[in-house]
Design a binder for this molecule. Structure first.
Ligand code: MG
Length: 281
């Protein structure tokens, strides 16, 4: 496989990613797929979808879970509604994620990922231990499917993420590193954080953002690739340094304006291809 193939976050009937037609039109060879809704996750649909992807020459590298009721409206709402942290929905979401892992398996995909939510900082706190326990349960389910499980980064510092990974203590637990989330949530300088969690990183999101004037309290702003504070030449330089050679998956979710979304993803893909040529030559 080519080093650093370009990718994009895509969706079929759920999530905010681009449609497959757009991925194909842009000539992008890999995707992270937002898991489709329950009714769509059948064996028949999986088989048909695999055939369609083969025809389009697109490969899924990660299937991302997401749940009804999640909202990223602002940081407090995110903390209250996202992932496996909210106790009211935890059990049903763990069950649904196992089903997503099984669907990914039908698609022949060896990696599933999830934004776990705002994990409390302190080991020994009730919620921390509970989230560790359900993460183990998910890792073990994925292991039985021959899959890795990737944690989406963002809302925690590199140190907190390392502590959580150590507490879960599973060989198939890795990190999907999203540099823009570090900036959006105000949780640390992304390139530096990437260096700290390096050995756990098995997939990345190429997304850009600007810092909030109140980091950690209010969102920064998500902006087109190359126009924010990530600094993609240093980000890719760090990926090279740590020996990462997987896909560079663009995440740009503005479904309310598909034309703009397509144009921005095309420009982002070009920027990444140019940097790749420069850094890998
Ligand atoms: Mg992301």
């Amino acid at each position: 496989m080519e080093k650093w193939p370009i990718g994009v976050f895509a969706s079929i009937d759920a999530g905010l990613g681009v449609k497959l037609e757009v991925v194909h039109a842009l000539g992008i060879p890999t995707i992270h797929l937002h898991a489709p809704q329950k009714a769509t996750r059948t064996r028949e649909n999986a088989e048909a979808f695999v055939k369609r992807l083969e025809k389009l020459g697109i490969r899924i590298t990660v299937v991302f879970g997401g749940f009804e009721g999640e909202s990223y409206a602002d940081i407090p709402t995110t903390a209250k509604t996202v992932g496996l942290v909210p106790p009211e929905t935890r059990a049903e979401r763990v069950q649904e994620f196992k089903e997503i892992s099984d669907f990914a398996n039908l698609l022949g995909v060896d990696t599933v990922a999830l934004h776990l939510g705002f994990i409390p900082h302190d080991a020994g706190e009730g919620v921390f231990d509970e989230v560790v326990a359900v993460t183990r349960e998910i890792c073990d389910h994925c292991q039985a499917n021959g899959q890795r499980f990737h944690l989406e980064t963002g809302q925690e510092s590199a140190e907190d993420l390392l502590q959580f990974i150590a507490a879960v203590d599973r060989d198939n637990l890795f990190v999907n590193f999203d540099p823009a989330n570090m900036i959006l949530y105000g949780s640390g300088e992304p390139v530096e954080a990437l260096g700290k969690v390096a050995k756990h990183v098995r997939s990345v999101h190429c997304k850009d953002a600007t810092w909030s004037d109140k980091p950690g309290e209010t969102w920064g702003a998500e902006v087109p690739l190359g126009q924010g504070a990530v600094g993609f030449e240093s980000f890719l330089g760090k990926l090279k340094e740590i020996g990462y050679d997987g896909p560079l998956t663009i995440e740009r979710e503005i479904p309310q304006d598909p034309e703009r979304q397509k144009a921005e993803i095309g420009a982002g893909a070009q920027l990444l291809a140019d940097l790749r040529a420069k850094l890998l030559s």
